[in-house]
Design a protein around this ligand. Structure first.
Ligand code: PEP
Length: 249
């Protein structure tokens, strides 16, 4: 059975005490759920968050990492460093990394390889911009993002991949893809994976939706057959909203 996952991307929000307070609140309010729950604090708060989450089912994951093993990359963080503090999963390819830090498919392919060589699970984000959607080019964009960054992988690498389809026009805008738009794209993504790796692998990979998921729209989006959960930005910063979203899966 495919894993159900709700992951919160906290981005560059919350200092140490806010991070600890949010985790304390989340642990208190966390519903009984089959879904896996992940949160991604900023680098400096990863270890305290990891410690705070230790006694719960919340998994703490990283928002990013560098592709190199180590060396002269000022300001960067390696897979090995993440692993050394207990972090076993990383978000790669978030649209903000692509847009503001110039991360392209080729660079992401290198990061994917490095993460895999450390047996790190990857939440791989991708999705089209508004112009692509308007011009009807969204399927081509999504297909090329997948192929360029992931289709060099061996089949067994897919055990470590979770996909997060995040249409850029829906991130932080309050404008969500309709449940039908999400389902249509997730089905397309699964077909694209099946065409390269076969139906069994395609059926096993969890595909999360991200983009303005809130307590009032989560249930309808999550009810679609190819939507296996969500990557949540803004709403994951409030324990009440995040737990309401978790409850709706
Ligand atoms: C995100 O940044 O991955 C995201 C989905 O943000 P939001 O939920 O705020 O749109």
């Amino acid at each position: 059975m495919r894993r159900k996952i709700v992951a919160g991307n906290w981005k560059m929000n919350n200092d140490l005490s806010a991070t600890q307070a949010l985790l304390t609140e989340l642990k208190k309010q966390l519903p009984d759920t089959q879904a896996e729950v992940m949160v991604a604090p900023t680098f400096v708060n990863l270890f305290p968050a990891f410690e705070a989450a230790r006694t719960s089912k919340i998994q703490v994951v990283a928002q990013n990492m560098h592709f190199a093993e180590s060396g002269a990359y000022t300001g960067e963080v390696s897979a090995e460093m993440l692993g050394s503090i207990g972090i076993e999963a990383v978000i790669l390819g978030h649209s903000e990394r692509r847009a503001y830090f110039g991360e392209d498919d080729a660079l992401l392919a290198k990061k994917v390889d490095t993460a895999l060589s450390h047996e790190m699970e990857i939440i791989f984000c991708f999705g089209e911009e508004l112009d692509d959607r308007k011009s009807g080019n969204h399927f081509n964009i999504v297909e090329s993002q997948l192929k360029n960054a992931l289709f060099h992988l061996a089949p067994d690498a897919w055990d470590f991949i979770v996909l997060a389809y995040e249409p850029v026009w829906a991130i932080g805008t309050g404008e969500t893809a309709s449940p039908e738009q999400a389902q249509e794209m997730h089905e397309f993504i699964r077909k694209t994976i099946a065409s390269k790796y076969g139906q069994e692998i395609a059926d096993r990979v969890s595909i999360l939706y991200g983009g303005s998921v809130k307590p009032n729209n989560a249930q309808e989006i999550f009810s679609k057959p190819d939507v296996d959960g969500g990557l949540i930005g803004g709403a994951s910063l409030k324990a009440e909203d995040f737990t309401a979203i978790i409850k709706s899966i």
